[in-house]
Design a protein around this ligand. Sequence first.
Ligand SMILES: CC(C)(COP(=O)(O)OP(=O)(O)OC[C@H]1O[C@@H](n2cnc3c(N)ncnc32)[C@H](O)[C@@H]1OP(=O)(O)O)[C@@H](O)C(=O)NCCC(=O)NCCS
Length: 156
Amino acid sequence: MDRSSGGRDRILRPVIRQFDLKDLPAIVEIDREVGGGYSPELFMTFHEYHPQTMLVAEAAGGVVGIVIGFKHTPLEGRIFWLAVKPAHQGRGIGRSLLSAILRIFSRLGAVSATLEVRIGNRRAQSLYASMGFVVDNVIPSYYSDGEAALIMRKIL
Ligand SMILES: CC(C)(COP(=O)(O)OP(=O)(O)OC[C@H]1O[C@@H](n2cnc3c(N)ncnc32)[C@H](O)[C@@H]1OP(=O)(O)O)[C@@H](O)C(=O)NCCC(=O)NCCS
């Protein structure tokens, strides 16, 4: 995406709220557009077991982003998936979603948050680094296509 336009109008101020069942078609479509490859059943499972940490961003009259996480230990939150509709990327929505889920993790008692990201996904890594995540580990051949994963961690 061309970020050269810059300026304040680049930023969209989304409403961040919990996922609702009526959002399912929109997030399946976002997942398809960014090539996430997750199934509607998986989204339904997160909705059932981790509703507090399954958030959507609403802007421009629709759902434009999703973040999914869960408390995987009493003291740590895990970000499972973050995606923003390509047409709305680069406008602060990913950052808003991430900030919101980190606040919820803190409220739920977590003192740190972790995530995994493809080693080639520089864009996501730069977002995470700018929010205080640091690389904790590198796992070679983590993904089914052989790409390595970075495990990143942030103290909340
Ligand atoms: C990664 C992703 C969620 C970021 O969401 P986004 O809404 O585009 O990100 P934001 O606009 O909030 O940008 C936040 C930061 O990301 C980085 N960033 C965003 N767009 C970028 C671009 N085109 N090039 C480089 N860095 C970029 C910057 O650090 C930016 O901070 P800044 O705006 O203060 O410079 C989004 O690109 C996406 O959905 N990608 C496909 C799915 C994916 O890779 N998910 C992550 C899996 S681990």
